[in-house]
Design a protein around this ligand. Structure first.
Ligand code: SF4
Length: 401
């Protein structure tokens, strides 16, 4: 392993990328972004599998409106994936995303690119210049005789030039190709010429096992050379496999520590009924030395918590002075709020000893109904717009027009 090549550091929400930050794992949802609950459940599953950052497509106005509701409830920073329409980049920023990915191959008007960069600069948001060999700007491909490593780098440099004209430089770059030798050569070239953080990936790698092999070959070779600050496996598979594979590769290379217990927590939003950070820290401390191979979720409210974190083995959600303990999204027990962490620890140990199915079978009668009643009461108290989604959606409609 060579020492990591020094790069500038940027921040995607709470996650640092580049510089001395750990190499991060990214993945992308496959749901329709307008399907808020389905997308959030997948984001939680991805976070549980090791994703530090998740990208969601923002391909139309309903997707942008979905992002307005997803971002405040996501446990990890959200990047909006933008193709063709620069207005959707503006709409995604209104929705509150923590970063953008622009494809220079299909948003080509300099004025449009600069408008987006100016707005990102004003909001302090980073942009990934996401060059893709399959959708390279035709004039660059022609000048270089195809999607060569030099052509991919030239596309990134042209985009950087537009950004520089408006004083924007909060960027990371990817130069992906489905050809492993081409992507390796392109990233090597890029790392010799620029010091921006690099997002590594083999695009359209295909289904496992071939997709895993190609991605591991390309991304692994570069990481071993000290190149790369954040990675994504692009598999034709459940994206949870992408996140898991990315995490495992980093662990295998000694770039991230192995995790046993995996504790995830919601970010806490307008619906939170407890101090999520304090409870999550307490739970982490209580569970840390037990080495339980479980995904455990700490969620701020029972309105959305069990559903959002239904991919976790076990979780607890607060509501109306109670802790609602859930296993695989089903509420199995309701305890006083002060006993939330103790109940969580006890249930974690019982799941490891007895198995998930046995614990689901032993659910307290009436626990689901009690949770449902608490949900309804909270919806009546907090209303349906606890995160001011409607105001954001109004602005999205204005900028997306
Ligand atoms: Fe989701 Fe509730 Fe946490 Fe808000 S408080 S992020 S709605 S679980």
């Amino acid at each position: 392993m060579r020492a990591r090549r020094p790069t500038r550091q940027i921040h995607v929400g709470s996650v640092a990328v580049g510089g001395d930050a750990p190499v991060s794992v990214q993945s992308m949802t496959t749901t329709k972004t307008a399907d808020v609950d389905g997308t959030l459940a997948q984001i939680y599953a991805l976070a549980g599998a090791g994703a530090d950052i998740v990208r969601c497509t923002c391909n139309d106005e309903p997707a942008a409106e979905g992002l307005a509701q997803i971002v405040p409830r996501s446990p990890v920073p959200i990047i909006a994936d933008i193709h063709f329409q620069h207005r959707l980049a503006l709409a995604a920023m209104e929705a509150g995303v923590q970063g953008l990915r622009l494809n220079p191959g299909n948003i080509r008007k300099a004025e449009h690119i600069k408008t987006v960069a100016r707005e990102a600069k004003d909001r302090g948001l980073p942009i990934r210049i996401g060059v893709n060999a399959g959708s390279l700007d035709p004039d660059i491909a022609e000048a270089h005789g195809g999607a060569t490593p030099e052509a991919l780098v030239a596309s990134a440099e042209r985009e950087l030039g537009y950004f520089a004209e408006v004083g924007f430089d909060d960027v990371k770059i990817s130069v992906k190709s489905s050809s492993v030798p081409t992507m390796i050569a392109a990233y090597r070239l890029l790392s010799e010429t620029l010091d921006r953080p690099l997002h590594l990936g083999v695009t359209e790698a295909g289904p496992p096992p071939a997709g895993l092999v190609k991605s591991t070959a390309g991304i692994g070779a570069l990481l071993a050379e000290g190149i790369g600050d954040t990675i994504r496996f692009s598999l034709t598979a459940d994206p949870v496999e992408e996140a898991r594979a990315g995490r495992q590769l980093l662990e295998a290379l000694g770039l991230r520590e192995r995790v046993g217990l995996d504790l995830i927590a919601c970010p806490s939003c307008g619906r939170a009924e407890v101090d999520v950070i304090a409870i999550a820290n307490e739970a982490q401390a209580a569970l840390d030395d037990r080495e339980l191979p479980l995904q455990v979720a700490v969620m701020g409210c029972v309105v959305n918590g069990p559903g959002e974190a239904r991919g976790a083995d076990l979780g607890i959600a607060a509501g109306r002075g109670k802790g609602h303990l859930f296993v695989k999204g089903k509420v199995v027990r309701v305890v006083p709020e002060a006993e939330m962490v103790d109940a969580l620890v006890e249930e974690a140990e019982r799941i490891v000893a007895e198995g998930i199915e046995a614990r689901l079978a032993a659910a307290d009668e009436g626990a689901e109904a009690e949770a449902e009643q608490a949900r309804e009461e909270l919806l009546q108290i907090q209303g349906t717009d606890a995160n001011d989604d409607r105001a954001k959606i109004k602005r999205i409609r204005e900028v997306a027009e």
